[in-house]
Design a protein around this ligand. Structure first.
Ligand code: NAD
Ligand code: WQD
Length: 332
C-alpha cells in the first residue's frame, strides 16, 4: 500500500516508517521538522536500504497537502503533533491549533482526495485518572489534566464524528502507553530537544553522564515500591503494532480502538535498576515531591490487540534499556 505518514521523522513515526517499508509498503513522509531532524530519512534508508520520499511541510498547509494527496494514497498514519505535557499548559492555543486544528486540516484534504483509511496516534492519557486497572478500550474517556491530553481526547472525538458522516471510512485509534527504547541499529531513536521530560530518555542522559541524577517524582504512591508505575512498550513493538493494525483493518469501515502496551507495569525504581544493568553505568537518583498531574499507576489490558491484530509485544524491559543505551551512545 502507499501510505502517507505525517510526523514520520519523529520518534515513533520514524520507527513505524521502517516497519512499514520492511513490510513492503510504499511510504511518503511529511514532517515540518519542528521536533525532528532531516537526517532521519537518510538513516531510515541505511536501515531499510532505500530512504522514503520526504516532504518538509506542515499539516496545516492545506495547499501543499492537497497537492501531495492528489498523487493518491491508500492510507494515512498520523503522528504529527506537539506532545510535551508541561509545554501544553503554558501554550494551550499553540497545542490546540497545531494538534486539533492541524488534524482537521489534514482530514479535510484526505476527504477531498478520497483517502479513506486513517490510523491515529492516540494515548492512554485519554483515559484520565484510571478508575480501575488494567485499562480496557471500553472504559469511558476520562478528563485530561493538561491541554495536550485534551487535544488527544478532542481528536478522537473529531475522528469518530468524521467516520459517522463518512460510512466508507476506516478509522483506527491506537492508544499508546509509554513508548521507549530505539531501533537496535542505534541509527534512530528518541531525540528530545533540551532536557527530557519523560523518564527513560532522562535516565539515559544520567547514565551517559550528561545529567547528574534522576529526580524521582514521589515514592508515596499506592504501588509496590511507592514510585510511579507505567506500561513501557518498546518502540519497535509499537511500530509493528501499527503495521498489524493497518493490514487487519484496511478498507474495514468503522472505528477500531486498541491499547498498544505490554500489559505489564514497571515502577520508576525498576526502570532505574534495569537501566543500570543494561548500561553498566550507575544511575544516581533523589526522591523529590510528586509531579503535578501524574497518576500513580496505569497499564494496559493489551488482550484486544493480541486477539484481533494477532500482534503482541516481543521485547522486554532489558531490551528496551539496551536499545536505548546503544542509541544514547551513538554520536549524532
Ligand atoms: P515526536 O515529537 O518525536 O514526533 C512528532 C513529529 O511530528 C515530529 O517529527 C514533528 O516535527 C512533527 N510535527 C509536529 N507538528 C507538525 C505539524 N504541524 N506539521 C508537520 N509535522 C509536525 O513525537 P512522538 O513521541 O514520535 O509522538 C508521535 C505521536 O504519538 C504524537 O501524536 C504523540 O502525541 C503520540 N504519542 C506519543 C507518546 C510518547 O510517549 N512519545 C505517547 C502517546 C502518544
Ligand atoms: C513516567 C513515570 C513519572 C520523569 C507522558 C505523557 C503521556 C505520554 C507519555 C504523550 C511517572 C516518573 C518521570 C522524571 C520521574 N506522552 N518520572 N522522574 O507521565 O507516564 O506520560 O509520556 O502522549 O501523555 O503524560 O511518562 O516518562 O513523563 O513519566 O520520576 O524525571 O516516571 O512521575 O511516574 P508519563 P513520563
Amino acid at each position: 500500500m502507499r501510505v502517507l505518514v505525517t510526523g514520520g521523522t519523529g520518534f515513533i513515526g520514524s520507527h513505524t516508517v521502517v516497519s512499514l517499508m520492511e513490510a513492503g509498503h510504499e511510504v511518503v513522509v511529511l514532517d515540518n521538522l519542528s521536533n525532528s531532524h532531516r537526517s532521519v530519512t537518510r538513516r531510515i534508508g541505511e536501515i531499510v536500504g532505500t530512504a522514503p520520499e520526504f516532504h518538509q511541510a506542515d499539516i496545516r498547509d492545506t495547499e501543499r497537502l492537497a497537492d501531495l494527496a492528489s498523487d493518491g494514497f491508500d492510507a494515512c498514519m498520523h503522528f504529527a503533533a506537539l506532545k510535551a505535557v508541561g509545554e501544553s499548559v503554558e501554550d494551550p492555543l499553540g497545542y490546540y491549533e497545531n494538534n486539533v486544528g492541524g488534524t482537521i486540516s489534514l482530514l479535510q484534504v484526505l476527504l477531498d482526495a478520497g483517502v479513506q483509511n486513517f490510523v491515529f496516534s492516540s494515548s492512554c492519557t485519554v483515559y484520565g485518572e484510571p478508575l480501575s486497572l488494567p485499562l480496557t478500550e471500553d472504559m469511558p474517556i476520562g478528563t485530561a489534566t493538561n491541554p495536550y491530553g485534551w487535544s488527544k481526547i478532542m481528536m478522537e472525538q473529531v475522528l469518530r464524528d468524521v467516520r459517522v458522516a463518512n460510512p466508507d471510512w476506516t478509522v483506527t485509534l491506537l492508544r499508546y502507553f509509554n513508548p521507549v527504547g530505539a531501533h537496535p541499529s542505534g541509527l534512530i531513536g528518541e531525540d528530545p530537544m533540551g532536557v527530557p521530560s519523560n523518564l527513560m530518555p532522562y535516565v539515559a542522559k544520567v547514565a551517559f553522564g550528561e545529567l547528574p541524577k534522576v529526580q524521582v517524582f514521589g515514592n508515596d504512591y499506592d504501588t509496590h515500591d511507592g514510585t510511579g508505575v507505567r506500561d513501557y512498550i518498546h518502540v519497535v513493538d509499537l511500530a509493528e503494532g501499527h503495521v498489524a493494525a493497518l493490514d487487519r483493518h484496511f478498507d474495514d469501515p468503522g472505528t477500531h480502538i486498541y491499547n498498544l502496551g505490554t500489559g505489564q507495569g514497571s515502577s520508576v525504581l525498576e526502570i532505574i535498576n534495569a537501566y543500570e544493568l543494561a548500561s553498566g553505568q550507575p544511575v544516581p537518583y533523589e526522591v523529590v515531591g510528586r509531579r503535578a498531574g501524574d497518576v500513580g499507576a496505569n497499564w494496559a489490558d493489551a488482550s484486544k490487540a493480541q486477539q484481533h491484530l494477532e500482534w503482541a509485544t516481543k521485547r522486554d524491559l532489558a531490551e528496551m534499556c539496551a536499545d536505548s543505551w546503544r542509541w544514547q551512545q551513538k554520536a549524532r
